[in-house]
Design a protein around this ligand. Sequence first.
Ligand SMILES: Cc1cc2nc3c(=O)[nH]c(=O)nc-3n(C[C@H](O)[C@H](O)[C@H](O)COP(=O)(O)OP(=O)(O)OC[C@H]3O[C@@H](n4cnc5c(N)ncnc54)[C@H](O)[C@@H]3O)c2cc1C
Length: 326
Amino acid sequence: MANAFWCVVEDDRKGYPKKVTAEVLAEARRLSGGTAEAVWLTDSAQPEGLMRLAEWGATKIWLVEHAGLAPYRGEVWAPVLATLVAAQAPKAILGAVTSRQRELLARLAARLGVGFAADTVALAMDGDTLVATRPVYAGKLLSKVTWAKPPWVATLRPNVFKPAEPVAGREPVVERPAVTVPDAMLKLVERREEVSTGLPELSEAELVVSGGRGMKGPEHFVILEHLASVIGAAVGASRAAVDAGWRPHRFQIGQTGRTISPKLYLGFGISGAIQHLAGMRTSKIIVAVNKDPEAPIFKVADYGIVGDLFEVVPALTEEFKKLLAK
Ligand SMILES: Cc1cc2nc3c(=O)[nH]c(=O)nc-3n(C[C@H](O)[C@H](O)[C@H](O)COP(=O)(O)OP(=O)(O)OC[C@H]3O[C@@H](n4cnc5c(N)ncnc54)[C@H](O)[C@@H]3O)c2cc1C
């Protein structure tokens, strides 16, 4: 359908769409005036996953289910998606700022020879044209961009857009288009292991606790993990902590790490370098704890505590425990 807005499904690799897909679908529905279609590339989709997409408002689901799509490889997925786009001519293709989709949609736009608005934080129709707002210069400015020609390709920052409210009873309308899945040129992944921290996933978490060089060593992150487990937060880190080998790279927040927009960000022993701010300054409430009153992070913080994190973290944890026990 030529006027459709497509939402590229981000799944949990177990056959279920993730919450961020509800955010993208809601936006696609709002902008298109109701014609929001999901496009799902996967090796295995669960029937409940399809149901979830319908309940979130997908009027149609383009399902490409093929063993050759796992694990994700951009050079395999992008031509499949481009073939579908060429056949169906949607007006917009929207995805999420996740490690897979930020690559996939950039590749797609390049193949189609159209513009790509990465990391958008707002979308609006101006007459017949889509206008995207996206941070530039590490979040110092917001720029508005539009496209010279359709389809409009964009990724949306997680936790910024309101997710779709599920409406029970909507039945999924599934199309299984015949597409050729190319062979992978490279075998990049030998095996995949799920490492569960028991805490929420960083880019989707509503609460994030983050530690920097001020943590002084990997062994001290346990106090942040304890605080995080009390309030149900994810644990992130600055690049200094990651470069020191204290945390794996997937927990890095910032320009060369994850971009997050939680409801609450708590930063401990993080100075607030511009590259770090680029990944978290759109958090709704920022709390900074630093022993240096001149630390730049206080300029963006809604609340600040000048103090030693090794005293503040345990004290905060105890206070949260008391509050949550009520
Ligand atoms: C191209 C490029 C890309 C980059 N990408 C990223 C990125 O994605 N993410 C990122 O984070 N950085 C990134 N950086 C690095 C960035 O410039 C900073 O070096 C880094 O963010 C600093 O990390 P930090 O705040 O943990 O450490 P520091 O700047 O060393 O700050 C440590 C802070 O801890 C405080 N402190 C120390 N002890 C305590 C204590 N006991 N209690 C309370 N406070 C204490 C200190 O006062 C200080 O403010 C990038 C840099 C470049 C050049």
